[in-house]
Design a binder for this molecule. Structure first.
Ligand SMILES: Nc1ncnc2c1ncn2[C@@H]1O[C@H](COP(=O)(O)OP(=O)(O)OP(=O)(O)O)[C@@H](O)[C@H]1O
Ligand SMILES: [Mg+2]
Length: 142
């Protein structure tokens, strides 16, 4: 099952809505609270990075029997140095966005922390795509 939502750059009104819908749907179909929370965090940070840094994009999940894949892709400026962008505290968010409480440079580190695998691909002047894997807990005794 795939869930996918459009994300518009600079739309702080709708920002976070896609991640919230993803998290709610996971709970409704019986995904455990801890997994839904982790997916929610990863999807939220990916969604906010599109809102803050890109022009437009999509965020979504593929729900598989053993794992949940979070994906996000955007049309935007891209990331020149992904290793640098992954550093805690690194942010290019403009001052007006920082005044809103964003731009601590914690989004990508948190996505890495809460996922089992994170892959970022980006082309400067074109856009960025992100895939994160969150494994479902294995059932006791199996
Ligand atoms: N989708 C994207 N498009 C272009 N640049 C991005 C994108 N996502 C992240 N970046 C770049 O990587 C940097 C670090 O991202 P990260 O999410 O860790 O921090 P932030 O978004 O600046 O702040 P925070 O997430 O704490 O609000 C950003 O400041 C930006 O330069
Ligand atoms: Mg961010």
């Amino acid at each position: 099952m795939r869930l996918e939502f459009p994300v518009a750059g600079r739309d702080f009104q709708a920002a976070g809505g896609a991640a919230q819908k993803i998290k709610r749907t996971l709970r409704q179909i019986g995904i455990d609270a801890e997994t839904a929370r982790r997916v929610g965090i990863v999807a939220y940070e990916a969604e906010m990075n599109i809102v803050i840094h890109a022009f437009s994009g999509k965020v979504g999940v593929d729900i598989l029997p053993e794992r949940i894949n979070v994906f996000a892709y955007d049309q935007g400026p891209g990331i020149a140095d992904i290793d640098l962008a992954m550093q805690v505290g690194y942010s290019t968010a403009p001052e007006d966005i920082k005044e809103m409480g964003f731009g601590a440079g914690l989004g990508l580190p948190n996505m890495k922390r809460y996922s089992d695998n994170l892959v970022i691909e980006s082309e400067v002047g074109c856009g960025t795509s992100i895939r994160a894997v969150i494994n479902l807990p294995t059932k006791e005794g199996s």
